[in-house]
Design a protein around this ligand. Structure first.
Ligand SMILES: Nc1nc2c(c(=O)[nH]1)N[C@H]1C(S)=C(S)[C@@H](COP(=O)(O)OP(=O)(O)OC[C@H]3O[C@@H](n4cnc5c(N)ncnc54)[C@H](O)[C@@H]3O)O[C@H]1N2
Ligand code: MOO
Length: 634
């Protein structure tokens, strides 16, 4: 079979325009449904009121209905006496007004004289306290235009206007077909090379949000004949087919061929990243979209293409992305060939939003879980400089973002524990972007974070953290909150097969090392210890091989891609490694003095000094929290 080498690179807007033109005759038929079941459905025609609301004059209050002419002379000096059945009728809120009456007097303004007589000391103004017929809705009035997505409030107005059934577009039935020989159902015993199927479950939930009706198919193996059979059948029963994946150029990427066999491919390759190999086509007069396999690519194709198609089939145009303006905490580079979607964490600092970019990998499912927003770098740009003002498509409410404490700096699992405990307390959440200790200091200097976490050893004084703060942020009052002392040590395979017991042993035993990135506290500590011992870093195999977190270094050792690495005890334990202590280091929090007064920060400090938090530290092991919570201000 030929491999699909040539992909187009059409801009997203253009691709959608071309595709809509191709599927313009495939709109959903119209159906009539009960108004009370119409939430989220799209009106197929304008809807007009069948009756007025109210359809009779009704009382807006509890009181008596009167003919206002009979009350004109009333004053404190000359009260007017009215008799029930003759001069007035008692009414409650919502009751019809008798024909001969034109005003209602509230019960509070009545002086009761006898069982059936009252006095008033103020005249009634014609039409006071009366909801006149059609005051809310007039018969024949337009209630909703065509192509309108019906909301709960609309349902109320429709029913009040006598419209009990509505004409809407049928919900598109969407077939979600996961494919791939390596894809297995959750719960299957896993072997190397297997991938647990989950994209289809995400798609089904998204389609539900988009107003479609999705059905998930069983996984189809990479078997061309079988794929053709399944897609052919699905296209006869469904209104839209989503095929996942096999969109690119691999030997078993059959999707394009399948579509071409049964119908037509209009576009293969859109200028978005991630998501570029998406295929837009038609089979048996049904739109079919092949969605790239990587979960992040798949998500952006769903949000930016499939969502629009589901709406278009119902004559609707979605424009529900919400944007805010934010300042970038870090430079973002991007290819000028693609519109690129960069996930960001957001914080609200000193009256402006700060966006901190996070992982960009197309397979990083967690980046979607963690993201507060998405920076859309336009096709023609090569990125943005740090500090640029950018538009961010927000994935949370502004309130949630404003109640987020942003932490930029060095990562440790204890931040995740603090974050969990803080969320449990209620209003505030902690969002942390991991850029290493120096990255944290720079973010603090540029007012881009609420606080930074750091563990930087000053090589001259042997003191942790404070010398760096003084050196890099001389003009801002920064407090240091003592957090924990951590044991840093060599992480080696269970049973320590190479018998590595010190840093010297790495060289002596010719062990393969994996290092941390430059600027990370762990890297600085390693260099400091090597210098003390007179070891030349060049003698260490793998000194230049860099990884970005304690956990990923531990994972390299666990997978036997390296024999050892330097990291914290908890990471070694999580990955089931042995641990040889090398040094204690101080992992602290640097925070502008004035932020200590913020409600969210106060709660965060309460959390990290709580008994519960310390119990969690004990469980992890390798942490000394004697000074935790001590605030050093100078
Ligand atoms: N030579 C080239 N290679 C690749 C290109 C290219 O242009 N030339 N494009 C790359 C890009 S960009 C993307 S995106 C991917 C798209 O891959 P496919 O759509 O062909 O997807 P598969 O190879 O079948 O799967 C990739 C990957 O996706 C995950 N996956 C797939 N299905 C599921 C599922 N149902 N649930 C969960 N995860 C799923 C899985 O990790 C697969 O390994 O191609 C690049 N390559
Ligand atoms: O489109 Mo791919 O999704 O760039 O990774």
């Amino acid at each position: 079979m030929d491999r699909n080498i040539y992909l187009s690179n059409i801009s997203l807007d253009k691709a959608i325009e071309i595709y809509f033109e191709k599927i313009k005759d495939l709109k959903m038929p119209i159906e009539v449904i009960k108004t009370y079941e119409a939430k989220g459905r799209i009106t197929a025609k304008p809807i007009f009121a069948k009756i007025s609301s109210p359809f009779y004059n009704s009382s807006a209050v509890d009181g008596i209905a009167v003919d206002s002419k009979k009350t004109f002379t009333a004053s404190e000096k000359n009260p007017v006496r009215l008799k029930e059945g003759v001069d007035y009728t008692t009414v409650d809120t919502g009751d019809p007004i008798p024909d001969e009456c034109d005003a209602v007097i509230m019960v509070e303004d009545l002086i009761k004289v006898s069982e059936d007589e009252v006095e008033i000391i103020k005249p009634a103004i014609p039409w006071q306290n009366i909801r006149q017929m059609g005051e809310d809705i007039v018969e024949g009035q337009l209630i909703l235009p065509q192509s309108h997505k019906i909301r709960p409030v609309d349902i109320g107005a429709l029913i009040a206007g006598g419209v009990f059934e509505v004409e809407v577009y049928k919900k598109p039935k969407v077939a979600v077909i996961p494919t791939g020989t390596e894809i297995v159902e959750p719960g299957t015993e896993l072997k190397v090379g297997d991938i647990i199927e989950f994209n289809s479950r995400v798609f089904v939930s998204l389609i539900d949000e988009y107003g479609g009706d999705a059905t998930r198919f069983d996984i189809v193996k990479d078997d061309f004949e079988k794929l053709v059979e399944v897609v052919d059948k699905a296209s006869k029963e469904f209104d839209l087919i989503l095929l996942n994946a096999g969109s690119s150029a691999g030997r078993e990427d059959y999707s394009r061929k399948v579509i071409e066999t049964l119908g037509e491919v209009y576009i293969h390759g859109v200028a978005i990243k991630p998501g570029k190999p998406v295929i837009l086509g038609k089979v048996n007069q049904k739109p079919i979209i092949c969605i790239p396999g990587f979960p992040v690519s798949a998500f952006f194709v769903m949000e930016n293409i499939v969502k629009k198609v589901v709406a278009y089939l119902q004559g609707y145009d979605v424009k529900d992305k919400r944007y805010i303006q934010a300042y970038l905490s870090k430079r973002v580079t991007s290819s000028s060939k693609y519109l690129e979607f960069v996930r960001v964490k957001l914080g609200f600092i000193e009256d402006k939003y700060i966006a901190a970019p996070i992982e960009r990998g197309a397979g990083a499912t967690m980046s979607l879980v963690k993201a507060d927003g998405v920076l859309e770098v336009p096709e023609e740009l090569e990125g943005y400089e740090k500090g640029s003002k950018v538009n961010i498509n927000i994935l949370k409410s502004e309130d949630e973002i404003k109640n987020t404490i942003l932490c930029i700096g060095s990562h440790d699992v204890i931040l995740d524990i603090a974050s969990d405990l803080l969320s449990k307390k209620g209003k505030f959440t902690l969002s942390s972007a991991h850029v290493g200790s120096m990255g944290g200091i720079l973010a603090l200097k540029d007012r881009e974070t609420h606080f930074a976490t750091l563990h930087l050893l000053d090589l001259q004084s042997g003191e942790y953290n404070r010398p760096y703060i003084k050196r890099y942020i001389p003009n801002r009052k920064i407090a240091l909150i003592k957090f924990v002392k951590r044991i840093q040590g060599l992480m080696v395979k269970k049973g320590n097969p190479l018998n590595i017991n010190s840093l010297e042993d790495i060289v002596k035993k010719g062990a393969r090392f994996v290092n941390r990135q430059k600027g990370s506290g762990t890297r600085i500590l390693l260099d400091y210890e090597l210098k003390k011992l007179g070891i030349n870093p060049r003698e260490i195999i793998g000194y230049d091989r860099e990884d970005y977190t304690h956990i990923s270094v531990a994972a390299q050792v666990a997978k036997n891609n390296a024999d050892c690495g330097l990291g914290v005890y908890s990471a070694a334990m999580i990955m089931g490694l042995d641990f040889i202590p090398v040094a204690m280091e101080e992992y602290d929090i640097a925070i502008p003095l004035e932020y200590l007064e913020l409600e969210g920060i106060k709660q965060f400090i309460d959390v990290i000094t709580s008994k519960e938090f310390k119990m969690e530290l004990d469980k992890l092991g390798g942490y000394d929290y004697k000074d935790l919570g001590k605030i050093i201000i100078e």
